[in-house]
Ligand binder design. Sequence first.
Ligand SMILES: O=C(O)CCC(=O)C(=O)O
Ligand SMILES: [Fe+2]
Length: 261
Amino acid sequence: MRDILDLDRFPLERPHSSEWQALVDRCKADLKAEGMFNLDGLMLPEVAARAVDAMSAPFATDAFLHERMHNIYFKHIDGLPEDHPALRQFQTSNRTLCADQIAGSPLLRLYEWPEFATFLAATMEMPELHVMDDPLARVNVMSYQEGQALNWHFDRSEFTTTLLLQAPDQGGGFEYRTDLRSEEDPNYDGVAKLLNGENPASKVITLSPGTLNVFKGKNTAHRVTPVSGDKERVISVFSFYENPGVVFSDAERIGFYGRAS
Ligand SMILES: O=C(O)CCC(=O)C(=O)O
Ligand SMILES: [Fe+2]
């Protein structure tokens, strides 16, 4: 993996060594304090740049244009009227490539490397993490051109794992508000305030190419701000589950990717 990852700074190949444990401890502390950790330059920037070049043809011809209006929950909430300010609708627009469209990519090599899941599970304090069996959903790559954005949402899974491949010239920041809600308290008023732009606690970070970003997406409201300029924002998302063999239903694949297979 040394040809694609900076294993000198991030010794993922030596699970449970003292250097590996120190890195895991740092990530756990960042997750606790910030709801997020970053490994800046985990993938070598030139490898990330080559991966972007290799995907430019499939992005131009085969990618799914994901464009829709949605609220922060991606669904109706029982007990909340449709005009409640926490259910305000926003537009999301990006292009998505699925795992079956990036054969040979270093992203799939990283995803399938067992030490990657071992490391992530340790940072998230989970006994094990497993790759998906879903041929489309395992790894997705999203591209945002000028004006495109991923709007405010909460994720379905507790943690989300991304790796930035190309940063745009302007915009395309990752804006987040950690712990805006909890299992006990949906905090609809706080959500409404955030969507109304009244949100002093939200932060925006711009990731650099090659950076692994792990955040607690389930209760952290987050969005990608609109990209501007000629350079697209390109980011990959890795899906891991606590159980092996997870696949989406055909209906879920059609909803996310416009096709079942
Ligand atoms: O593109 C990003 O930085 C975040 C992606 C994200 O929030 C998601 O895939 O759910
Ligand atoms: Fe998300």
